[in-house]
Design a protein around this ligand. Structure first.
Ligand SMILES: Cc1cc2nc3c(=O)[nH]c(=O)nc-3n(C[C@H](O)[C@H](O)[C@H](O)COP(=O)(O)OP(=O)(O)OC[C@H]3O[C@@H](n4cnc5c(N)ncnc54)[C@H](O)[C@@H]3O)c2cc1C
Length: 468
């Protein structure tokens, strides 16, 4: 259950949940077959698939706060049938393998739906696809077309992503200046904390032990330590994403950046018709600020945008509602839907996600130490964690299938992944790029200094390309 401290930032998804229970003393820790660090989606899904494969195994999840405290319980609720960097992954495969990998990725959405139905998990699942709209200025059409070109070059079909004309886009989103959009059916919207809590409930019913307020201090082969208490484990799964690594080989493999989300008051049906016409649709303003929106079941418009980076790669989860970080999503929301004002915003929250140095997620298993790990999802971990949870379970149990044969799977230590550079390189890089992207967006949106748009666009692309 949510900590009261975190509730100060008013996470829409957490409203109406029961009050946190008083901290219970940590139970005596018994040896387990698998110990999982972190009760976010990665930890929960891995436990779920392990129980399917090895029902008799003793599995414990150790969570320093509460189920869904991290990114999993506070994200934008886009359940994407895909992973970050998918064009690169798929493009690198021979055609015969590519189709199988595509089906694994696109199929995430319906596989999650099937599990929710099987276990009666109500997470406000709504499968209506995602629209990345060229919503405000013509340069966005070029960005969309160039992305679409990359998608096609990676062998992904028209049915997975296609261009929507201006009238077709307008039939989904009511935007004053829209030019068209890129649509994919492979995305659903959910209430993320409901999925976390529903999964946790299901796992407890299967015999998985979930120990909350249990911070893992250190991980070594087959052993972890909580409050100086050692726990013997057959295997360990590291599912702590943006939080500091408890296992040395994973340090410097992920960089925490935060994203900020706002949600409006519940809008009337009339207001929805004036903004988003298709219930369940995930929508984005196709710009470099990585925006994401959806309509919650209660009628709130949930809208997020890229946030910030803290010097020293420190993850951040605590924000007060007046934090300047919330200006960006509010500005973008108003640019898209001028009828919505600052007074309409009722909820503000944020949290950290993690980027790998290659900007692509990974799932791996080091047989020597019996440690499995996954992460680096960027802002696309809700669906990917389902895929990677199954992958980790199959790697650990050696029940190889197509899941473990994918290019994102690492066999052995994460030392094969690139390290992030030491400070101040990430801090400077993040802030310089952020400023460049914001200037480009503002000039294009305001239609100021048109002669500068093209050079700025080229510079942004070059700078973005240099760091990837
Ligand atoms: C604001 C925001 C919006 C986002 N929107 C989307 C979206 O719409 N769609 C999408 O696909 N992705 C989105 N993401 C990314 C997505 O939420 C994450 O990729 C995903 O939830 C990661 O899940 P996880 O289980 O790996 O990590 P987390 O959910 O971060 O879970 C890690 C858990 O580990 C626990 N932990 C850490 N260290 C320890 C320790 N030492 N001991 C015990 N426990 C520990 C933490 O408390 C935490 O609960 C968003 C992220 C953010 C922050």
């Amino acid at each position: 259950m949510p900590d009261s401290s975190a509730l100060t930032q008013a996470v829409l998804w957490w409203q109406g949940l029961p009050e946190p229970e008083p901290a219970a003393p940590c139970p005596e820790l018994q040896p387990v077959d698998v110990a999982i660090v972190g009760a976010g989606f990665t930890g929960l899904w891995t436990a779920y698939f392990l129980k399917q494969l090895r029902p008799a195994w003793r599995i414990a999840i150790f969570e320093q706060h509460h189920v869904g405290y991290g990114a999993s319980g506070r994200n934008g609720g886009w359940l994407i049938g895909g992973i970050a960097g998918q064009e690169d992954w798929l493009g690198s495969l021979p055609a015969s393998e590519r189709e199988q990998s595509q089906q694994l990725l696109y199929g995430i959405v319906e596989r999650v739906r099937a599990i929710c139905e099987r276990h009666r998990i109500d997470c406000d699942f709504s499968h209506a696809g995602v629209l990345y709209a060229a919503a405000r200025y013509p340069e966005q059409i070029h960005a969309a077309r160039s992305w679409l070109h990359g998608i096609r070059s990676s062998g992904q079909p028209e049915s997975a992503f296609h261009w929507l004309s201006k009238p077709d886009t307008e039939s989904l989103l009511n935007l004053p200046d829209v030019y068209g959009g890129l649509y994919s059916p492979h995305c659903a919207t959910i209430n993320p904390i409901k999925l976390c809590l529903g999964l946790a409930h299901t796992l407890k019913g299967m015999g998985v032990q979930i120990v909350e307020r249990a911070r893992v201090d250190e991980v070594t082969s087959r052993r972890l330590t909580i409050n100086a208490q050692p726990v013997q484990c057959g295997h360990i799964v590291l599912a702590s994403e943006a939080f500091p690594a408890t296992w040395q080989p994973l340090s410097r493999k992920r960089l925490p950046v935060y994203s900020n989300v706002i949600a409006t008051r519940a809008l009337s049906e009339h207001e929805w018709q004036q903004t988003v016409n298709k219930p369940g649709l995930a929508f984005s303003d196709l710009c470099r600020s990585i925006t994401y929106g959806q309509r919650s079941q209660g009628g709130h418009m949930v809208f997020g945008a890229r946030g910030g980076y803290q010097f020293g790669a420190r993850a951040r989860f605590e924000f007060t509602p007046d934090d300047p970080a919330f200006r960006a999503p509010a500005t973008f929301l108003r640019r898209l839907f001028p009828s919505l004002t600052e007074q309409d915003i009722q909820y503000r929250w944020a949290g950290s996600l993690a980027m790998s140095r290659g900007f692509r997620p990974f799932a791996g298993f080091d047989k020597d130490s019996c440690i499995a790990y996954a992460g680096g999802y960027g802002g696309e971990g809700v669906g990917a964690s389902h895929l990677f949870g199954q992958t980790l379970a199959e790697l650990i149990t050696e029940s190889g299938s197509i899941y473990t044969q994918q290019p994102w799977v690492i066999r052995g230590s994460p030392s094969q992944l690139k390290n992030w550079e030491a400070e101040p390189v990430p801090w400077l890089g993040y802030h310089m790029l952020g400023k460049l992207f914001a200037l480009e967006d503002w000039l294009c949106h305001e239609k100021k200094l048109p002669w500068l748009h093209k050079p700025l666009n080229s510079l942004s692309r070059l700078a973005g390309g240099l760091i990837t």
